[in-house]
Design a protein around this ligand. Structure first.
Ligand SMILES: [Mg+2]
Length: 183
């Protein structure tokens, strides 16, 4: 099976895969990046190594381009390839009147232009407002803020494996996804 046929799994970075903070937490960080103490979400390597067997992987963060590319270089397990690593410059700035602020949105029509069908694309994010246009493709995770007991990636991995062969991810009810799997 080649990557074109696999579902594309687009992963957010901050508070989804890592937590970067200028204020050190009680536990030691996994690494330092510029002025940030960076904590990897528990089970991150296992998650990426498992997901690459079932999905084509990509990263899309609304953070600064240089930060994203350098952080991904550090956390990427050996042998993992990302279809793309996108950052702020690929986001669309939109005024969100409900939140009364500007939001950097990830608009999936940009990946459609790259030849990835939206029926076969999932985006995982802790910030629903950033994928508002794409809720049919989105899976929202709890934000990771450094809790060493966090189990989100294990639960997410189980859910994703249960839908990996879907022909159209947009028809899958993804709200309440945590309750759809046996732990
Ligand atoms: Mg995030």
């Amino acid at each position: 099976m080649n990557n074109k046929q696999k579902i594309l799994l687009i992963l957010d970075l901050d508070e989804t895969l890592i937590h970067a903070t200028e204020t050190k937490l009680e536990i030691d960080p996994d690494f330092k990046y510029a002025e940030y103490f960076v904590y990897k979400r528990p089970n991150l390597e296992e998650f990426l190594n498992e997901m690459t067997n079932h999905f084509a992987l990509a990263i899309w963060s609304s953070a600064d381009d240089k930060y994203v590319s350098e952080i991904v270089d550090i956390i990427r397990p050996n042998g993992i390839t990302f279809q793309f690593i996108w950052a702020r410059s690929r986001c669309t700035l939109r005024r969100d009147y409900e939140l009364d602020r500007y939001v950097r949105e990830k608009r999936l029509k940009k990946i459609k232009k790259q030849g990835f069908p939206l029926e076969k694309a999932l985006i995982v994010d802790d910030s629903p407002e950033k994928t508002r246009d794409n809720f049919g493709n989105a899976i929202y995770v709890n934000p990771f803020e450094g809790n060493p007991e966090d189990k989100e990636l294990i639960i997410l991995s189980n859910f994703l494996k249960s839908i990996k062969n879907s022909e159209n991810v947009r028809t899958i009810e993804k709200r309440g996804w945590r309750n759809k799997i046996d732990l």
